[in-house]
Design a protein. Structure first.
Ligand code: ACO
Length: 359
């Protein structure tokens, strides 16, 4: 059976948005018109949250009054989902309140979600006292203190740059999920919990760590060009290159490359050498395609610098996406229209129940 519906709704515009513009041809990503390069290193993540959600840098979030985690499963993603869904009694259905009240709920739920990630990542260690978390000058510093008990300034800046690049990217699966759930009038805890769930699958959220192995080999003295050529000779794809949307360099890779340079990350030189060798080799071997660096490549370097363990990669991405998800919630709620697309039926015609097991 065939249908005329593209699988995954690829390329089908299903909403209008004023939040973010991934500019595939121009190699740019703009949040409410502001290029992401102009934000990283200039303003903290919490101001980017405000820009995306309310078009105001001053509408910030903070962990200085963190919601204590009461649910602990040992799985950070599960703890985030359960924790934010469990805020229910502190939140109201979005159809029962005005925009400012929903914005207030989104601030509470976003900060709580980031706090749950930190508290869960801390594992069985005793919780960090709230007054120490409040010493953090930014949400990234507060997150590090809540997780590890202390915040290194450069590492906090690296998390901040990563969060800013990962804050929003149009209608991907988790953002679509957030909009669908928001369209029912559900409280924003239910919305963010559902969005985190849809981010947990391996096809969404990226796997920056895979890009690190060549960089580490080069950092340990191997020749970057030999490493790249050998990987391609083995028929492997070079992790961190090529992108389904961007046909030029992924602008987020540019931001994180600059972050690695600015913060003097130890693997910066090796990463730059591997990147140069990779682009040259891909140009030679695939002259008809533009295969440039994607966000995962430099995200790998940045997250390695902060010693982020693999189980925290996706939760950290979810922390960043609280901004994009929240922005889409406000945009969706303002439409006051529930999602109700139709399914084109392509199954069996009218038939007798006797035929069901007869095949
Ligand atoms: N290394 C080597 N060859 C590549 C690479 C790569 N990184 N990317 C594409 N190619 C080649 C393919 O082998 C293919 O060659 P062929 O035509 O001879 O078979 C050709 O380029 C086209 O490949 P497609 O998969 O059709 O390209 P598309 O643009 O659809 O794919 C994708 C994009 C999936 C990201 C791809 O470039 C890839 O696998 N990259 C490596 C994995 C990676 O970095 N993933 C993270 C993406 S970033 C993100 O999703 C947020």
């Amino acid at each position: 059976m065939t249908t005329d519906v593209p699988p995954g709704l690829a390329g089908v515009a299903v909403v209008e948005t004023r939040i973010a513009e991934p500019d595939s041809a121009g190699s740019n990503l703009r949040y409410r018109g502001v290029p992401v390069d102009a934000l990283a290193g200039s303003v903290p993540f919490e101001q980017v949250w405000g820009l995306l959600v309310a078009d105001r840098l001053s509408e910030t979030i903070s962990l200085s009054d963190m919601v204590p985690a009461t649910f602990r499963s040992g799985d950070i993603r599960v703890d985030m989902q359960a924790g934010v869904a469990g805020l229910g009694s502190r939140l109201r259905s979005t159809i029962d309140q005005d925009r400012d009240s929903t914005l207030r709920d989104l601030k509470l739920a976003s900060a709580a979600l980031i706090g749950f990630a930190a508290q869960s990542a801390r594992g069985s260690g005793s919780p960090v006292p709230q007054r120490e978390i409040a010493y953090g000058r930014t949400v990234a510093e507060q997150f590090l203190i809540a997780w590890r008990g202390e915040a290194d300034e450069a590492q906090a800046a690296a998390i901040e740059d990563y969060w800013i690049t990962a804050a929003e990217h149009g209608l991907n699966a988790s953002t679509f999920t957030a909009r669908v759930v928001a369209s029912t009038g559900a409280d924003v805890g239910a919305v963010l919990s559902a969005a985190v769930g849809s981010l947990s699958g391996p096809l969404h959220g990226g796997a920056p760590s895979r890009a690190l192995s060549l960089i580490e080999d080069a950092h340990n003295g191997a020749d970057p060009s030999n490493l790249v050529q050998a990987a391609l000779d083995r028929g492997e794809r070079l992790m961190g290159f090529g992108h389904p949307v961007y046909r030029a360099e992924d602008p987020r890779a540019r931001v994180l490359r600059e972050s690695a340079r600015r913060l003097r990350m130890p693997k910066y030189e090796a990463a730059l050498a591997v990147e140069t060798a990779a682009i040259e080799a891909l140009r030679e071997r695939k002259p008809d395609r533009i295969l440039a660096t994607n966000v995962d490549y430099w995200a790998a370097v940045v997250l390695d610098f902060v010693d982020i363990p693999a189980e925290l990669f996706t939760p950290l991405f979810a922390c960043a996406r609280t901004a994009g998800w929240s922005a889409h919630v406000l945009e969706q709620v303002a439409l006051r229209k529930i999602f109700r697309p139709s399914a084109k039926y392509v199954g069996e015609a009218d038939r007798s129940i006797d035929l069901v097991d007869a095949k």
